[in-house]
Unconditional design. Structure first.
Lengths: 139, 144
C-alpha cells in the first residue's frame, strides 16, 4: 500500500482525460447531484406526504456513492486542461469536494435532514460556478 | 489583453456548457420566457419540497370555469425558508395566487416570482441570480 500513501516523493504523472467539461457535467456530476436531490425532501398531496429519504441500506449506499462522485469531481475539475483560472475556479471546485464529503458523512449517518440541507448547499455551489463561468447561448 | 483572453475563455466555456445540458438546475432563460408573464390562481394540489427547486402544483382556475393542472417552480427550499415559506405554509388544499412566467415550450409550467395567500400576504417565491427578469419581485434586487 506504499503506492497509495501521500508523500513528497509522489511520482510526477501525466493525465489522460477522456471527458471535456461539458461531458464531465453531463455524465458524472449531474447524475450524482440528481441522486442526492432525489433522496431527500417530501412530496405532499391531498392524500398524504411521501418522504423521499432512503429506506434501505442499498438506498443509503446510493447516496454515499453519489456524494463520493461529487466530492472527487471537484478534483477532476482541477485537472490540467479543465481549470479556467486560478482563484474562483479552484474555490468552487474545493466547494464541491467539501460539500460532497459532508453529504457522504450525512449518508453514512443516515441523516436525511442533513442531506436535504446539504443538497441546497450543493446547488449553491453549482449556481456560483454557473454565474461565474456559464454564459447562456441565447443571451 | 487579459480581459479579452478571459472573455474568450468564458465564451469557450459557454460553448462547452450549452443550455440544453442543464435540466434540474437550469438558469431562468433556459426554460422560461420573460415575455410570457402570467397569473395563476387556484388550489394547491401537490407540493414537491425538494432540491434544487420546490414545485407547486396548482389546479388553475380558467375563465370558463374549468381548471387546468399547472406546475410552478420556486427557489430552493432553503431559500424559501429564509423568505418565510415552509412546508406548513405551503401545502395542498390552500388557495394561492402566483405570478410568474410561462415556460418557453408553452406547456403548463411556470417560474414563480411571488405567491399571495388568501389573507393577502405576498412572499417572494424565486431565487436570486437565476437570470429571471428584474421585475421588482426579488427583494435582493430592490436593495441593490
Amino acid at each position: 500500500m506504499v503506492g497509495c500513501s501521500e508523500s513528497e516523493t509522489d511520482p510526477i504523472v501525466s493525465f489522460q482525460s477522456s471527458l471535456d467539461v461539458e461531458q464531465l457535467m453531463h455524465y458524472v456530476l449531474e447524475p450524482a447531484a440528481d441522486t442526492i436531490w432525489d433522496s431527500a425532501g417530501t412530496i405532499a398531496t391531498l392524500e398524504g406526504v411521501e418522504d423521499l429519504a432512503p429506506t434501505t441500506e442499498e438506498g443509503w449506499f446510493r447516496v454515499q456513492h453519489a456524494a463520493a462522485v461529487i466530492s472527487e469531481s471537484g478534483n477532476l475539475l482541477l485537472m490540467p486542461g479543465r481549470t479556467m483560472d486560478g482563484d474562483d475556479w479552484q474555490e468552487i471546485s474545493h466547494g464541491l469536494v467539501s460539500t460532497g464529503a459532508s453529504i457522504m458523512t450525512a449518508a453514512e449517518q443516515q441523516d436525511a435532514d442533513a442531506i436535504f440541507d446539504l443538497g441546497g448547499q450543493l446547488y449553491n455551489v453549482c449556481v456560483a460556478c454557473h454565474q461565474r463561468y456559464w454564459v447562456e447561448n441565447d443571451q | 489583453m487579459i480581459v479579452k483572453k478571459q472573455n474568450l475563455t468564458i465564451a469557450l466555456f459557454a460553448l462547452l456548457l450549452p443550455v440544453a445540458s442543464a435540466q434540474a438546475h437550469h438558469a431562468f432563460g433556459a426554460e422560461f420566457d420573460p415575455n410570457r408573464p402570467l397569473l395563476i390562481k387556484g388550489e394547491v394540489i401537490k407540493v414537491e419540497w425538494v432540491n434544487p427547486h420546490a414545485w407547486i402544483h396548482i389546479a388553475r382556475e380558467m375563465e370558463d370555469g374549468t381548471t387546468e393542472s399547472w406546475m410552478v417552480e420556486g427557489g430552493t427550499p432553503n431559500t424559501l425558508l429564509r423568505r418565510g415559506i415552509n412546508r406548513d405554509s405551503l401545502k395542498p388544499g390552500i388557495y394561492l395566487v402566483v405570478d410568474g412566467y410561462q415556460s418557453k415550450d408553452r406547456s403548463n409550467r411556470a417560474n414563480g416570482r411571488n405567491i399571495t395567500y388568501s389573507d393577502g400576504t405576498t412572499l417572494f417565491l424565486g431565487s436570486s441570480g437565476t437570470g429571471a427578469p428584474r421585475d421588482g419581485a426579488d427583494p435582493r434586487e430592490r436593495s441593490q
